[in-house]
Design a protein around this ligand. Structure first.
Ligand SMILES: Cc1ncc(COP(=O)(O)O)c(C=O)c1O
Ligand SMILES: N[C@@H](CCOP(=O)(O)O)C(=O)O
Length: 453
């Protein structure tokens, strides 16, 4: 299988090279040259498989340059770190509402699904190519800690994570800055997640810099992130009751659009998921896009769901490319106009099977309280956003993207109960090691030049 850039100005790559490259040299994002199609018979064959086996059956269609027995071992190892043997359990709240819990990995957020795997793929790459790598990521809270925990203790790697200083939850920051590991650099920048992501893209656009340091990406610009995330949609779809499976809407707390893009891509491979709801917090650019066709950036407003405090959603570009028939020239035009003017108005915008909802900051605590009172179930502030406007016409499967234990202050203020997790309690005693930097590619480049392996 080969992977092409959404901007169409760079040669296709095989899986391992596309994963190692992250952002395509022309500034685009990699996608499979063709999407495999699953038949009803394929789905029936997949249905009984445990998570890691299902993941292998799916990824072997894409990672065709990794020997199958090696790939199977990498995948098996990646999901042994999850605390629930079901990996992604579905919890039924009532006849119309269920929750897909995606927070049983080591850092208690859905990012672990792809980043445990990516860490092991990078380890394999270092071993087979005999090279060190430097990994660079930008985070609004969860990607950073999951990426760090995917690479902890992996020889030949260093990891640099940019995050907006003071805008993650204190425990999210501790997960990044209290590991004590020598190869981990938590870089607190004076700006928003969008500023961090823009600086990161500038650094990946500097071909000399990225080649010099063998720079790899852990954000959902990396194609391995999206492919690995497709698997829990497939797993969940196959575990929904047969009677409601075809009718169920997947409701996805959304920021950088990587999570819901993975589900939608799987649907394009023939898995008949009915529809998706893009659930934003008060940073509602995607809500506005899917309700009006106007994709227009405004200032990021810090919220109680900080990991979704994003305006410029990387993976929108992948959606655009696939939904307009892989027209790279049009993608380039839209992305250039958006970069220059901060907006793009689509005439006849094709929403496909998406709908959207948004959730104000004032609603978040009251939703957490309502869900708790109605079902005795505690949702984190991001998952709460997904409950803002569930469909009245069909069953909903809400993706629970993080554990409430990562956001104790908001949960205590909503329901007076402190959610705890032993891994987070242990972090409270550890010293914090972070580096304060300007949200500027030059300053970050100098830091990486001085500390890269
Ligand atoms: C807990 C949580 N929920 C939702 C999101 C939004 O996911 P995505 O950026 O893939 O849209 C994030 C950040 O990515 C997150 O950390
Ligand atoms: N919400 C994310 C932001 C980065 O998104 P990614 O999916 O592109 O890594 C975070 O928690 O960091």
């Amino acid at each position: 299988m080969r992977f092409v850039s959404t901007r169409g100005q760079t040669p296709p790559l095989g899986f391992s090279d596309a994963v190692a490259t992250g952002l395509a040299p022309d500034g685009g994002l990699y996608l499979p040259e063709t999407l495999p199609q699953f038949s009803a018979a394929d789905l029936a064959r997949f249905e009984p498989l445990p998570y890691a086996e299902l993941c292998f059956e799916f990824l072997k269609l894409f990672a065709t340059d990794i020997e199958p027995s090696v790939l199977r071992a990498i995948i098996a190892k990646s999901y042994t770190t999850f605390s629930d043997p079901r990996i992604a359990p579905i919890i039924k709240l009532d006849e119309r509402t269920s929750v897909l819990e995606l927070f049983h990995g080591p850092t208690l957020a859905f990012k672990d699904f792809a980043l445990q795997l990516l860490g092991n793929l990078y380890e394999h790459q270092c071993a087979t190519r005999g090279q060190t790598i430097n990994v660079l990521g930008a985070t609004s809270g969860d990607t950073g800690s999951a990426a760090i925990h995917g690479l902890l203790g992996k020889p030949g790697t260093a990891i640099f994570i940019l995050y907006p200083d003071g805008r993650t939850s204190p425990l999210q920051e501790r997960q990044m800055a209290c590991t004590g590991a020598d190869n981990v650099y938590a870089l607190a920048i004076d700006g928003s997640f969008d500023d961090a992501q823009a600086a990161l893209k500038d650094l990946f656009a500097d071909q000399d810099f990225r080649t010099r340091h063998r720079l790899s990406a852990v954000n959902s610009i990396n194609l391995a992130r999206v492919l690995a995330q497709c698997v829990y949609y497939l797993y969940a779809y196959l575990r929904l009751p047969a009677a409601t499976r075809a009718e169920t809407e997947f409701v996805v707390p959304t920021g950088n659009f990587g999570n819901v893009l993975a589900g939608w891509t799987l649907q394009k491979m023939g898995v008949p998921i009915h529809s998706f709801k893009v659930a934003t917090n008060q940073n509602d650019i995607l809500y506005r896009l899917f309700t009006t066709g106007d994709y227009r950036v405004s200032a990021v407003a810090p919220s109680l769901a900080p990991s979704m405090d994003i305006q410029v959603s990387s993976n929108f570009e992948r959606f655009l490319y696939l939904s307009i028939g892989r027209d790279s020239a049009k993608v380039r035009e839209v992305m250039e106009t958006f970069k220059k003017t901060g907006g793009y108005k689509f005439e006849n915008f094709d929403r496909d099977t998406f709908s959207a909802s948004r959730c104000s900051d004032a609603q978040i605590p009251s939703i957490i309280k309502d869900v708790y009172q109605k079902y005795g179930y505690v949702v984190d502030p991001h998952t709460a956003c997904a409950f803002a406007d569930l469909s009245k016409d069909r069953p909903s499967l809400v993706l629970a993207t993080a554990s409430p234990a990562k956001f104790p202050d908001t949960i205590i203020s909503a329901i007076g109960v402190e959610p705890k997790d032993p891994s987070l309690e242990a972090l409270k005693q550890r010293p914090l090691k972070k580096h304060l930097l300007k949200a500027d590619a030059g300053a970050i480049r100098a830091f990486i030049d001085a500390n890269a392996v």
